[in-house]
Design a protein around this ligand. Structure first.
Ligand SMILES: NC(=O)C1=CN([C@@H]2O[C@H](COP(=O)(O)OP(=O)(O)OC[C@H]3O[C@@H](n4cnc5c(N)ncnc54)[C@H](O)[C@@H]3O)[C@@H](O)[C@H]2O)C=CC1
Ligand SMILES: O=C(O)CCC(=O)C(=O)O
Length: 423
């Protein structure tokens, strides 16, 4: 029997189907939610520094707009593909509904290994991609943001390109921008911060003292790096972290600021990090290491039917989008491992993106305390809603989150008399 190849879109549909069934959703509504409303594939010709021309493939997928403008990040990765972006776009619709912010869901991506491009090549790639997706985006239409291998600087280039075409500055076309050009203070840390807020709340609910637990984090980028840093600053024991090259472990607790300082040199990777008492482990070993809380914060399909039975953590907080394959979900549920799903756990980023967009519309700049307090309030309310739904329906937190999201999206669709209520 051959091994089934993982397809993130099929995984998303399978989870959606389970939740729809549990909720008794009308077939019409389920069918409507399965498919994106709009998909765009673009070619992006880029003049490379050596004078040659390379053509890259890019995507923007808009999944659902029943609750508001489309919203979601842009990813640069060598394995980015249409089905991945389709899944990520749907997860954005569900995520925005779970935290109850007035957006639909979208996602974008370019199939490119950005580490192989110079800064000038990356600027040209980003500007050309922006012109290609320009008819679809805008502050009232679809608002991109950072995701894997993109950041505030890339958002600044997108905003500039869009503004050049409009003939005036349009800060609200993207979120996650540098603060100096209309970004929100606190957005860069918001996803990681939201993950720690949710992790703490979940541990308290389970009667586990957050301060006494050990934490392992896969991925040391924007999300994983920030989550690890906040946990460390709160005095919690982060015993293992990793990046694309592998991981490091120290049972007494890693020196996270030292690791982040080491990784701030972009040419460095964790495989080269040396410190007394710190041992090297593989990503697979990180996922199955003895810890209380596992935080996957890298890519999809990390927890699979192959390793789910070996996971030793009691709680998994999904900081990445789609880190757990559906087959693994069943194994984890049987083993009574609590999984806080991505569409709740990593929603802090889009919540502060929403705050940024609101600030742009009002030409205001909030204080950091205000942003962080509002973020905490929204995340805890969402946790509460999901937890209540999962108790009411005797289901996992993932099913609870999907049911909250589906209810809100389909209600909006029905109230609009729109395409989601064809019956
Ligand atoms: N940036 C944001 O605000 C948000 C990001 N996310 C999700 O969080 C995850 C991480 O995103 P970012 O931190 O923004 O990306 P990033 O590009 O800043 O960092 C990605 C990290 O993952 C590591 N990595 C890459 N491939 C890996 C592999 N095969 N095994 C282990 N580690 C690997 C990289 O070395 C890096 O440390 C993604 O799933 C993303 O969709 C979710 C919500 C918001
Ligand atoms: O901040 C945003 O708008 C979206 C971030 C994102 O792509 C995500 O939550 O996966």
């Amino acid at each position: 029997m051959g091994t089934k190849t993982y397809n993130p879109y099929e995984n998303m549909v399978a989870v959606l189907e389970q939740a729809a069934e549990k909720l008794g959703l009308k077939p019409d509504e389920y069918e409507t939610l399965k498919y994106p409303e709009r998909e765009l594939i673009v070619s992006i010709p880029v003049r490379m520094d050596d004078g040659t021309l390379k053509v890259f493939e890019g995507y923007r997928v808009q999944h659902n707009s029943a609750r508001g403008p489309y919203k979601g990040g842009i990813r640069y990765h060598q394995n980015a593909n249409q089905d991945e972006v389709k899944a990520l776009a749907a997860w954005m619709s569900f995520k925005c509904a779970v935290v109850n912010i007035p957006y639909g869901g979208a996602k974008g991506g370019i199939k490119v290994d950005p580490t192989k491009l110079s800064r000038d090549e990356l600027i040209r790639l980003t500007r050309r991609y922006t012109t290609r997706i320009l008819p679809l985006i805008g502050p009232d239409q679809d608002i991109p943001a950072p995701d894997v291998n993109t950041n505030g600087e890339v958002m600044g280039w997108i905003m500039d390109t869009y503004s050049m075409f409009k003939g005036h500055s349009v800060p609200g076309v993207v979120t996650g921008k540098p603060v100096e050009i209309g970004g929100s203070i606190g957005r860069a840390e918001a996803t990681g911060r939201g993950v720690t807020i949710i992790a703490e709340k979940c541990l308290e609910d389970l009667g586990m003292e957050p301060q006494e637990q050990t934490y392992a984090v896969q991925g040391m980028g924007n999300v994983g790096g920030t989550a690890a840093k906040i946990l460390y600053e709160e005095g919690k024991r982060v015993i293992a972290v990793s990046d694309w090259s592998g991981g490091v472990m120290k049972r007494e607790g890693l020196d996270i600021p030292d690791i982040l300082a080491f990784l701030s040199d972009r040419s460095k990777a964790l495989k080269d990090y040396e410190k007394e008492g710190t041992e090297h482990i593989s990503n697979e070993e990180l996922l199955t290491c003895k810890c209380d809380v596992l935080i996957p914060a890298a890519l999809e399909n990390q927890i699979t039917e192959k390793n789910a039975a070996q996971i030793q953590a009691r709680v998994i907080v999904e900081a990445a989008n789609g880190p757990t394959a559906i087959e693994a979900d069943h194994i984890l549920a049987e083993r009574k491992i609590t999984v806080i799903p991505d569409i709740l756990a990593n929603a802090g980023g889009v919540v502060v993106s929403y705050f940024e967009w609101v600030q742009n519309i009002q030409s205001m700049a909030w204080e950091l305390d205000e942003v962080n307090q509002m973020l905490k309030k929204v995340m805890l309310k969402a946790y509460h809603d999901v937890s209540n739904m999962s108790k009411e329906k005797s289901s996992t937190m993932r099913m609870g989150a999907y049911m909250v999201a589906i209810n809100r999206i389909t209600t909006a669709g029905r109230q609009r008399g729109g395409p989601i209520s064809m019956a």
